[in-house]
Ligand binder design. Structure first.
Ligand code: FAD
Length: 272
């Protein structure tokens, strides 16, 4: 439970964080620390240096962006969950943030950290995938946009380069129904399986939590709904293309069953 030795630097700006990342192999950004520090204590992560961006106040905001919103990467889960703008423009994001962990986790953890960590069991990545959100990264070459659909590349891996800082997440205005369902055994637990469904241009986008190495889109379900299949029959395709884990909380078979039940409920809620 004691991390390996590491150096520590506090970045005063995004530019300073980028140059520290570039100058130190195996350095890691520290935001809320609620995923990275536990991983370091278990020695799953052994960064050579922590670059603390947790006090970069100018990366904590919710602003209008076109029809939708731009959310600064350092915005804490609590501030996302209680933002009036997010509740009115894209309420599924606030709903998911409110379901993360406990009040302590929500007051420390950040939306950017939850996304950059790339945990397939995380709540927010699935929602952003279903929304087809856009991630904004800054690196030595400047700023670039990464669609959520291309962001989560493997287990705890993302499309961010080692010397890039995730600075902003852009979410669209929700114009149709939506549903966020997190199934856990006890309040405050991580999701055994989670589902995010949003109506979009007459179709539905469905994201899945904890059903593979990354957050996944249930494309078989989306195809079935687009071709007019009713929610119950469409949900039968929820397990297609998934490879859920077996762990102390449930078997892969149980998750395969559960995902169909949750997707049916989510479709009925989003399309109802
Ligand atoms: P950190 O731990 O600081 O960083 C995580 C990773 O992201 C690190 O690799 C770091 O280098 C990188 N990173 C952070 N910010 C950036 C950035 N701006 N740009 C590039 N890279 C960056 N999550 C859920 O989804 N659902 C839950 O139910 C849940 N329950 C939890 C319960 C407990 C007890 C704990 C400790 C955590 C729980 N979490 C849960 C995780 C929580 O949401 C974390 O806050 C979040 O996953 C990581 O955010 P952070 O700001 O703490 O990131």
């Amino acid at each position: 439970m004691i991390p390996a030795a590491f150096d520590y630097a506090r970045a005063g700006s995004v530019d300073e964080a980028i140059s520290l990342l570039g100058a130190n192999d195996d350095a890691k950004l520290l935001a809320g620390g609620h995923s990275l520090l536990p991983a370091m204590k278990l020695r799953i992560a052994r960064p050579s240096m922590l670059i603390d961006i947790g006090r970069l106040k100018d990366l904590s905001y919710v602003r209008e962006h076109g029809d939708g919103l731009a959310i600064g990467a350092l915005t804490r889960h609590h501030d996302v969950a209680t933002s009036e703008a997010i509740h009115s423009v894209c309420p599924i994001v606030a709903d998911a943030a409110a379901a993360i962990g406990d009040p302590q986790v929500r007051h420390m953890g950040t939306i950017g950290g939850a996304v950059a960590h790339g945990d397939p069991a995380g709540d927010m990545p699935t929602v952003l995938l279903a929304l087809e959100a856009t991630m904004v990264a800054n690196g030595p070459g400047g700023e670039r946009e990464i669609p959520a659909t291309a962001f989560f590349t493997s287990l705890f891996e993302t499309a961010l380069e080692p010397d890039e800082v995730l600075t902003e997440i852009r979410v669209p205005k929700l114009t149709g129904g939506w549903s966020f369902l997190k199934f856990n055994r006890r309040a405050l637990d991580w999701a055994l399986v989670g589902v995010a469904a949003v109506r979009s241009n007459g179709g539905v986008h469905v994201g899945l939590t904890n059903m593979g190495l990354t957050p996944l889109r249930a494309s078989g379900v989306e195809e079935a709904v687009a071709s007019g299949t009713d929610p119950a029959a469409a949900a039968e395709r929820a397990g297609e293309g998934t490879a859920p884990p077996t762990d102390a909380f449930g078997s892969a078979e149980y998750r395969q069953h559960l995902v169909k039940v949750l997707v049916r409920r989510a479709l009925e809620e989003a399309m109802g």
